[in-house]
Write a new protein. Structure first.
Length: 189
C-alpha cells in the first residue's frame, strides 16, 4: 500500500518525505503488515474458538443424579420426542436414561409399546422429589399395551434400565439432582 501511495504523491511532497526519514517510514510498513497478519490470525483463531470449538468443548452432558450415581440423559421436551421416547431401541447403556419434561404437573401416563427393553420409571415433581415409581415395566407383546398411571402428579418422568431403582434404593420422597444444560425443568413455569 505504501508503494502505491508513494507513486501517487506529487513531486513537491516526495522530497519532504525523503528529508524526514523515508527509510524509517519504509521500515515500519513491513512491520505494520506483519502486525495486520498477526491480528488477522489471532482474530480468526479467537472466532473459531469462541463460536465453534468452545461450545463443543463446553457442552456438558445432561445428567440426573441420586446421591453419588448419575445417569446421562436425553431430554424429551417436545411432543414428538415424548411420543417416541425409547421406542425401537434394542438396548440402553447402564449409565443412560431419558427424562421427559412436561409443561405442567399432572398425572402423565406412559406405556411400553414398541419399547424393547424393560425399564424403571420414576415420576418427579417440580421440586425434584420422587412422587411415583414403576419398577420393571415390561415391553408390550400385544397390540394393546396397558398404560401405566401414576398415583401422583409429576412434571418429569425419568426412564432408566430396569433394576436400578432397587439397586440404588430410590424411594418415593427422595430428592434427585437434575443437572441439565439450559435446564428445561426449571425454565418451564
Amino acid at each position: 500500500m505504501r508503494k502505491f501511495y508513494w507513486l501517487t504523491l506529487s513531486p513537491t511532497i516526495k522530497p519532504r518525505l525523503l528529508s524526514r526519514g523515508w527509510k524509517q517510514l519504509q521500515d515500519s510498513a513491513p512491520q505494520k503488515a506483519i502486525r495486520r497478519k498477526q491480528w488477522a490470525l489471532v482474530s480468526g483463531a479467537s472466532f473459531l474458538f469462541i463460536f465453534i470449538f468452545f461450545p463443543i468443548l463446553a457442552k456438558s452432558e445432561d445428567k440426573v443424579c441420586f446421591k453419588d450415581t448419575c445417569f446421562t440423559v436425553e431430554i424429551a421436551d417436545t411432543l414428538e420426542a415424548r411420543r417416541r421416547g425409547l421406542m425401537f431401541r434394542p438396548r440402553l447403556e447402564e449409565d443412560r436414561g431419558m427424562i421427559f419434561v412436561f409443561e405442567s404437573e399432572s398425572k402423565h401416563s406412559f406405556w411400553m409399546k414398541d419399547t424393547y427393553i424393560p425399564l424403571d420409571m420414576i415420576w418427579i415433581n417440580s421440586k425434584e422429589r420422587v412422587v411415583f415409581i414403576k419398577k420393571q415395566a415390561q415391553p408390550c407383546s400385544d397390540d394393546f399395551c396397558q398404560p401405566i398411571y401414576p398415583k401422583a402428579e409429576a412434571k418429569y418422568v425419568l426412564e432408566i434400565n430396569a433394576g436400578f431403582v432397587d439397586k440404588l434404593g430410590i424411594n418415593i420422597g427422595d430428592k434427585l439432582d437434575l443437572r441439565l444444560e439450559e435446564n428445561p425443568l426449571k425454565a418451564l413455569p
